[in-house]
Design a protein around this ligand. Structure first.
Ligand SMILES: Nc1ncnc2c1ncn2[C@@H]1O[C@H](COP(=O)(O)OP(=O)(O)OP(=O)(O)O)[C@@H](O)[C@H]1O
Length: 906
């Protein structure tokens, strides 16, 4: 069956292999085998002569044609050697150690046996040496020695013996390595070779098939000539016989093994060649046409047609192949020639069938692939649709989120809430001890881990924004930017940094000590933003930006933009016509960021900086950078005025914690008092009180137009992560949380679109108000204290002044509303010529009149003053106890309380 499939003749292949093997062997073996043959003949010669000399009895252990091993063992006892020598040269070895009667020669010998006979061998060798005959080593009689030397020695002794017998004429001389005697060479005995057994087996097998002769069981006695004759019928057997004829029993298995593996290799090689030929034929027919590549469907449809086409192609291919394999110039061993003989029609049929089967498999596989492809395509399409749907849903969701955010901001804007952003400072280098009070920040809610002292557990605080220790300046500023921009739209904005000393207020507002472009704080960024936008809008609105920089130190307002080191006391005048509340402070026009940087550097130099035990860079004053923006719309002629206070408050910590004494204590008390006032203002705003005590401190007075009154206010509250600041941090956060609930009302833009007469009227009113305030202040210097609520330690005249100012302040917005109403303009007929000549009483009168007119436009009545209990619920700025409001007639001002407490503590 295998023969049917194979396209080459196995027998001829084996024949080829044998021939090649034989050729190789002949080349390599010839020389070695000739030498081995010569050595054997010499050994036989020596053994034959010894046997003859010592007699049959003694020579019984030495075969006539011994192998090297037989030869060595036969002579090992030395008895034969000594007897032989004594025969050649009597008494050469006087005493020969005889073998015991029951001696059994141990085939491989042992060291002990050798020792027993050592004396014989030694005596033999000594005598031989004396005779001038070549000797050998005792060890040559042991396994592994050189038997050729022993043979040499005996052959030489034989020569000596022959020389002696022939008369001993002259000097005996051994010729070295004589050729075996001519007789031995000329007439080789028929010796049984080691390969004979195998060859006999071969011949038996060959004859057993057709020849059942009893002679077929020929044994050792069959001559090689007979064998040749018997094997002649089979060239294969002849080759085998030739190969093995002269091989020893040890060599035959190795040679046979080699031949088998060579036959196997050759078989595999030819088989592989044949398989390749067949598959190449198949592949050639399987290459798709260009048409098929272009259109898979057409290919599938045309597949059955192709099938028959390619089958016929395949047939012709095989025929072509078989033609190639036809005998060519009588090269009998050529594979193609061999194959041509075996490639029958039967083979072609078989191949056609195989090809057909393969094509069918290919066709069904393609069909399967096509179905799979369609299915994948469907899946991918539906997945794509799902992804698109999801993406649109996600973007819709994003839009909704965005919308929500906007709406939330709008609501916040409408409500006019004070925005509160909280920023947590990272641990300062070398101060991180592993304990961090900040637990986490999630969605602008920060969780603080509190210790047992403050009620162990976690407390959460939610703000408009919460920035963790790793927040960048860009992130912080990005959320501040919209507020800053609205200054250019005519809004008043106040951004103030609040927090304990060292919590990072200056870092946020100004930047670190070493300023770089990247580390610039909110102040610089805000101004550079303003310049950028004003530049963008320059075709429609012309802006004028100017700055003031002040500090409030020990309740005194100081100009920080002085170059002469002067320390002029400044007055705050709220509601000035141009929005400049501190008219005496230097107001410097700026046009670029570098202008601002230069000014700020000057301001920082002038700023009072004191060192405390808590922070060596601790600022003991509030600093305020005020940016005034005036814009004129080039098309409509509308003017707008915006003002922005950027305030870096002094540290909010308790006085008792700073170890402050003397001057420092005084500073701390002032700081506390002003922050208390800030708390009061915020509390009043939170409760929507009719009266807001702006005048209780210079700080609140300065920020009045940006704290409430439709301004946009942002408080940056700062906290430290250290556990020892936990008490301060908690009160800071509580205060900040409360501040975030304060509603200021929707912010209003300071746009003035009114007619020129109205503008003029407004200016008159503003001038009158300013004149009135000045006169009031002057008159108060001579008036006596009127209020029991004023603290004895406070300047009583100031206290009265504050109350008066607050009263007039209260009525101010209504006047404003009134004058801006065209229908009432006639009632307020104060010409520009008369406005400067009004005296104090006239002014008062005017205001009262104005108030009456305006009362019809007045806001809803102020809410009743809250009770003490309600007010006490409003948290105060960090470190302050209780609350203070001028409306609380019986309560002592917070600042006084703190001062007393502190003084008592010391
Ligand atoms: N977010 C921050 N990242 C890195 N370092 C900060 C951060 N905030 C503050 N610091 C560092 O903390 C230290 C104190 O900061 P800063 O001076 O701004 O505090 P402060 O609240 O302004 O103090 P003071 O009330 O005394 O003015 C400074 O060395 C500052 O560089």
């Amino acid at each position: 069956m295998a023969e049917e499939v194979l396209q080459f003749n196995v027998a001829s292949m084996v024949e080829d292999v044998l021939q090649q093997h034989g050729k190789r062997l002949a080349d390599t073996d010839n020389f070695a085998s000739r030498r081995a043959q010569e050595a054997s003949l010499r050994r036989y010669e020596a053994a034959g002569w010894v046997r003859k000399m010592v007699g049959v009895v003694l020579g019984k252990d030495l075969p006539a044609e011994p192998s090297e091993e037989d030869f060595r063992i036969g002579l090992r006892s030395g008895i034969i050697l000594c007897t032989l020598l004594n025969k050649v040269q009597p008494a050469s070895v006087p005493k020969v150690v005889e073998a015991p009667v029951d001696t059994v020669i141990i085939p491989d010998g042992t060291a002990l046996t050798a020792f027993q006979y050592f004396e014989n061998v030694r005596n033999f060798l000594v005598a031989i040496q004396e005779m001038g005959i070549p000797t050998f080593e005792v060890s040559d009689l042991e396994q592994g020695g050189k038997s050729s030397r022993i043979v040499n020695c005996i052959v030489a002794l034989k020569s000596y013996h022959e020389w002696k017998q022939s008369g001993g004429n002259g000097v005996w001389k051994f010729s070295g390595n004589p050729r075996p005697c001519s007789t031995a060479v000329a007439k080789p005995h028929h010796t049984r070779r080691n390969s004979d057994l195998f060859l006999n087996f071969l011949s038996r097998n060959s004859s057993s098939a057709g020849d059942a002769s009893p002679d077929s069981s020929i044994t050792d006695d069959i001559s090689s000539a007979d064998l040749t004759e018997m094997c002649a019928s089979s060239s294969l057997q002849r080759l085998v016989r030739e190969l093995l004829a002269d091989k020893t029993a040890e060599e035959i298995p190795i040679i046979v093994e080699n031949i088998i593996s060579e036959v196997k290799e050759e078989f595999e090689r030819r088989l592989e060649k044949q398989t390749k030929l067949i598959t190449t034929g198949l592949q050639d027919k399987d290459v798709p046409t260009g048409e098929e590549k272009k259109d898979a469907y057409a290919e599938m449809g045309a597949a059955s047609q192709d099938e028959s086409d390619s089958t016929s192609c395949m047939s012709s291919e095989i025929e072509a192949t078989s033609n190639i394999r036809k005998p060519n110039g009588g090269a009998g061993k050529d594979f193609c020639n061999k194959a041509s003989g075996t490639l029958s029609l039967k083979h072609q049929d078989l191949q056609h069938r195989t090809v057909e089967e393969l094509r069918k498999i290919l066709y069904s596989t393609k069909q399967g692939m096509h179905v799979l492809q369609l299915k994948y395509q469907e899946d991918v399409d539906s997945l794509g649709k799902q992804v698109v749907r999801l993406a649109s849903q996600a973007s819709g969701y994003q839009k909704v989120l965005e919308e929500n955010r906007k709406l939330y901001n709008q609501v916040q804007d409408l409500k006019g809430n004070i925005r509160v952003y909280c920023r947590v400072r990272p641990f300062l280098p070398g101060k991180a001890n592993g304990l961090n009070i900040l637990d986490e920040i999630v969605d602008n809610t920060l969780t603080i881990q509190t210790s047992a002292k403050h009620g162990k557990g976690k407390k959460t605080f939610t703000f408009n924004k919460a920035f963790g220790p790793n927040s960048t300046r860009e992130e912080v500023f990005a959320d501040t930017q919209p507020l800053i921009r609205s200054v250019l739209d005519g809004y008043n904005v106040c951004i103030f940094a609040y927090g304990q000393t060292g919590s990072g207020k200056t870092y946020t507002m100004t930047g670190p000590k070493e300023l770089t472009k990247e580390s610039l704080g909110v102040n610089y960024r805000a101004l550079s933003d303003l310049f950028e936008i004003s530049e963008e809008r320059k075709d429609t609105i012309v802006y004028n930006i100017s700055v003031q920089m002040m500090e409030i130190y020990n309740e005194q307002v100081r100009d920080l933009l002085v170059t002469d080191g002067g320390n002029k006391r400044l007055e705050i005048r709220n509601n000035s016509s141009n929005g400049i509340n501190v008219p005496n402070a230097n107001l410097v026009n700026v046009t670029s960021t570098s202008d601002v940087i230069n000014l700020m550097n000057l301001g920082h130099k002038n700023r009072a900086v004191g060192s405390t035990s808590m922070n060596d860079r601790s600022s003991r004053s509030h600093s305020c950078l005020t940016v005034h923006v005036q814009g004129k719309d080039l098309t409509s002629g509308t003017t707008l005025r915006g003002c922005m206070h950027l305030v870096d408050l002094a540290g909010s910590e308790r006085c008792d914690k700073t170890d402050a004494v003397g001057e420092r204590l005084k500073e701390a008390q002032h700081i506390n008092r002003s922050l208390s006032a800030l708390g009061d203002v915020i509390a009043a705003l939170a409760q929507k009180n009719a009266h807001v005590p702006y005048r209780n401190s210079k700080l609140t007075q300065l920020l009045q137009d940006s704290l409430g009154g439709q301004a946009k206010t942002l408080m940056f509250v700062h906290i430290s992560p250290e556990p020892d600041a936990l008490g301060e941090t908690l009160s800071t956060l509580k205060f900040a949380e409360r501040v975030s609930t304060v509603e200021l009302g929707a912010a209003k833009s300071n746009r003035d679109t009114s007619a020129p007469e109205v503008k003029e009227l407004k200016e008159q009113i503003a001038t009158l108000k300013a004149a009135l305030a000045g006169k009031e202040e002057a008159s108060l210097h001579v008036s006596s204290p009127t209020s029991s609520v004023c603290d004895k330690t406070e300047d009583q005249s100031k206290c009265c002044s504050r109350r008066l100012s607050l009263d007039s302040q209260d009525s101010w917005p209504t006047i404003q509303e009134a004058v801006s109403s065209p229908s009432r303009r006639q009632s307020l007929d104060i010409s520009a010529s008369t406005r400067h000549s009004l005296d104090h009483s006239q002014t008062q009168d005017y205001i009262q009149k104005s108030s009456m007119i305006a009362s019809k436009f007045k806001r809803p009545a102020a809410k009743p003053v809250k009770t003490e209990e309600t007010r006490s619920q409003i948290p105060q700025p960090s470190g302050r106890v209780g609350g203070h409001s001028p409306m609380n007639k019986t309560a002592r001002p917070m600042s006084t309380l703190v001062r007393r407490k502190t003084a008592g503590g010391k």
